[in-house]
Design a protein around this ligand. Sequence first.
Ligand code: PLP
Length: 371
Amino acid sequence: MTGEHFIAERIKPIGSSGIRRVFDLGATMENPINLSIGQPDFPVPQSVKDAMIQAIQDDHNGYTVTRGIPALRERISQQLNDEFDWAPDVFVTSGLSGGLLLALMACINPGDEVIFGDPYFVSYIHLVTLVGGVPKPVSLYDDFQLYPERIESAITDKTKMIIICAPGNPTGIVFRDDDVRAVAELACKHDLLVVSDEIYNMLSYDGPPPSAVRHAAERTLLLRGFSKSYAMTGLRLGYAAGPAALISEMAKLQQYTFVCAPQPVQYGGLAALDTDMSAEIEIYRKKRDLVCRELEGAFEFCRPSGGFYVFVKAPSRFANTSEFVERAIDHNVLIIPGEVFSQRDTHFRISYAAPDDQIREGCRVLRGLAS
Ligand code: PLP
């Protein structure tokens, strides 16, 4: 018996992540040059490790209140107040992904439409579908900037939410503040919720990234996380901040699902918010410069300003990007085909969260395949 008949209908439209498939392939290869991974290659800061170890030793291992330990919530509130002069309700989540799922469950009725840019972070399309919503990807091609007029033409009377993500995955592009402002104004005009996915907010190399909070705070749900800025991907910590009614419903759902973020990790998060990450960010800025130098002349791409990705156009002599990616994998280089993040199959994603020699060697192989 395979158990197939136990599976609910809502799961069936959801394919498994194409990124996972590349990971699984990578696991079978000997010493691949891995430019596919969406997590930093620096370790969790010592201050965070120490705080988590101390919390475990002090027996802070049980459930916490649903919204998170008061000290962490207060520290987050203080940070949002300093950054935006904003005092929203705040709630600690199990990674940004936990907050995103709860937000969609709390807001989306069957048939409600959710707009986001294409290319997109993979979870958007699947989680919107899971909760019965209708994903409405709006093209960001060819420069991966946000075009408010395209967003406006996608708005219907079923639209409920717009998700904005900058710096973005898979592009690393940081949207222009004027465009984020214009989209926030559209959200006001059409009474929509803006979800601002700011998982890469600290990894921004050419100035601070824009935020919808600055333009429409009263209708923005801010989602942030510790995964990328502090290399805490496996520790599952994030937070949500926004309108009181929404935070309250998300917290209600958290009681029955995630229950709380792991308590020792919440203590780690508290230490993280007081940890200076400027040295790591500077290293990543240099990696961004390195990967751009290595690709220049051989490939078409838009220079990223944040995160740790570059979304590169595949050479036109390949039938599709997946074929190019397969050839790269044959040459021991792991990259992700753009179709995983997009309705199009024209680009591929390189993650430069890797040692510099691997970035150089991986780009050398890719240049060889392109010529
Ligand atoms: N949002 C974006 C744009 C991401 O790229 C990722 C991870 O790759 C996440 C959210 C998920 O973050 P977390 O690990 O906090 O769930």
